[in-house]
Design a protein around this ligand. Sequence first.
Ligand code: 1CP
Length: 346
Amino acid sequence: MLEEKPLISTLRGKLSEVPPIWLMRQAGRYLPEYRALRANAKSFLDFCYTPQLAAEVTLQPIRRFQFDAAILFSDILVVPDALGQAVSFETGSGPKLDPLQTAEDIDRLGPFNIEKLAPVFETIDRVKTALPAPVALIGFCGAPWTVASYMIAGHGTPDQSPARLFAFQHPQAFEKLIDRLIEASISYLSRQIDAGVEVVQIFDSWAGVLPHQEFQKWSAGPISRIINALKAQRPEIPIIAFVRGADTQLPDLARTLQADAYGLDTALDPNWAVAHTPSTTVLQGNLDPLALVAGGEALSKEIDAITRAFLGRPHIFNLGHGILQQTPIEHVEALIARVRRGKISS
Ligand code: 1CP
């Protein structure tokens, strides 16, 4: 029998001497080889929808570093694109969408045209054939709340206030939007699984701004529905829920969701998370991306504190949010070497 990949084995709850490691947004602008390919693409969406380029970019960090996982190169905003909302990415200023401003705007969204995302599934197929045996392939989507926050505002916002206001002013229309995104996310992730991803991660990057009731309604509830549907179809595929800003609501999530692991963001004390979740809960995280930019002593200290906090607990080493563009490559190398200290002497 083939040996289980380290990431999958940890996601199944197995303790390992050295945690598997990958980094959120590990394919991206901190890599010169990414910037070189990106410079030739017409637009960011074209880049995501060209399987040859997207597969190459997915593999770039795997060629350079010994990560335990590759994450599919795409974006959470391909879902609004497939729902018929115009999406573009402007260099330097992030995503731009035609904002949804009224209840009628939500009714005008099209059916979820999953065929538009066929290049993403082809990318998965290409990556699978090129991936080294121990490396797992992670697929992903944005959680409904986070994706909706871009669809309503039309761009990234510091506090997601346009979507929060819309949800208070038009609760039924907002619920309809969230329901559309739940359905779309289930089909999208299940097609990614059919195409070959071995793990999926749901990113709720902006859950932390929601008051408790709204957090339950727009973040935890929809994520739970996506996970339950996927578990009914494909119980063998592990799911990681990254609910950024879950804070004191994390233990409740770990108790109520059927995810296989929970991603911790930078702000959460890992010792607290370990103490307040069952000993079988698999946790991922949570190095501050700025410690990785800083490097040196500060980085070593943070790595060691995280390693200590998760001793005796199935743990996936990762950042607490995406890697920053200004991160020096050597610091990523130093991080992997230190996390793997037990192994590198051989
Ligand atoms: O021109 C460029 O190179 C665009 C930069 C870029 C990249 C590299 C964007 C635009 N998206 C991506 C890829 C991407 N996005 C990946 C695959 C790469 C990998 O992880 O290795 C993934 C998983 C995402 C997910 C994503 N996109 C999230 C959730 C994760 C997170 O970091 O919180 C979010 C919120 C987005 C929206 C988005 N797309 C791009 C940008 C700059 C943003 C953020 C905008 C904002 O700050 O509001």
